[in-house]
Design a binder for this molecule. Sequence first.
Ligand code: ZN
Length: 283
Amino acid sequence: MSWIDSAFPRTATPTSLVGRVLGLNPGMMTGPGTNTYLIGRREPILLDTGAGVPDYLPLFERYMAERGWSQPSRVVLTHRHRDHLGGVEQLRTRYRGLRVAKMIYRDAGLPEQVENLRDGDTIEGDGVTLVALHTPGHASDHLCYYLPQEKAVFTGDVVLGGSTTVIPAEDGDLLDYMSSLKRLQSLDVRRIYPAHGPVIEDAQAKLTEYIEHRLLRERQILEALGDGLRTIPTMVERIYKDVPVTLHPVAAQSVASHLKKLAREGRVREHTQGSAPSRWELV
Ligand SMILES: [Zn+2]
């Protein structure tokens, strides 16, 4: 997949307030890897920590030294997935007493001693303010962070640079996800710093594209149901016929999340019969 870009820079300084260090964990789900951001003029706030790849820490320290910084002031996390908080331990070993905060929400596998962040909480750094925004859908505990000084938003996995996001069956929720996208759209936002891929300069256009992409998929699913397709595999086969078969399991998750949303809205109905795949129909 082209979005695993091996030429993606390992470190970057997009603006005077925002630096970026790559988590060095490339893959089908992470693209070039997880972006971690350093925000502020001095003693920056670190946003996300990557997956805990050993090579990340030396890269992080080198970038800090280049900027003339000795240590991050604190860490804020976007959500519970391993490729965002897996680096907490190595950073805490290196920087004793480093404060870490995230939204605590039905948490499993949370690093110890994490402070809770609520929707609307503000985090002050040197010349920067981050406003935490609860934006569930990809993950129930997901926070985006708004940076008013740049009219920018750190979107975590809600919006990605170069791919669409996955709504996991277990902890994801497409209805919540659509609300989160609309909430981001309602902000005075110009730039997006995603957790994977490059900076997005036209935030509003990207948010519109994301919303329209989901609405298109929804129409395709409703059409498939109208044409008598009943199971997720048959719908995936039709709707994703131009997508490599290796990605069909991910596509199936996406169709399942759409059906769950439509069921919550009372527009489709699920029939289960033993261990056979569910059959779906329009209401
Ligand atoms: Zn995630």
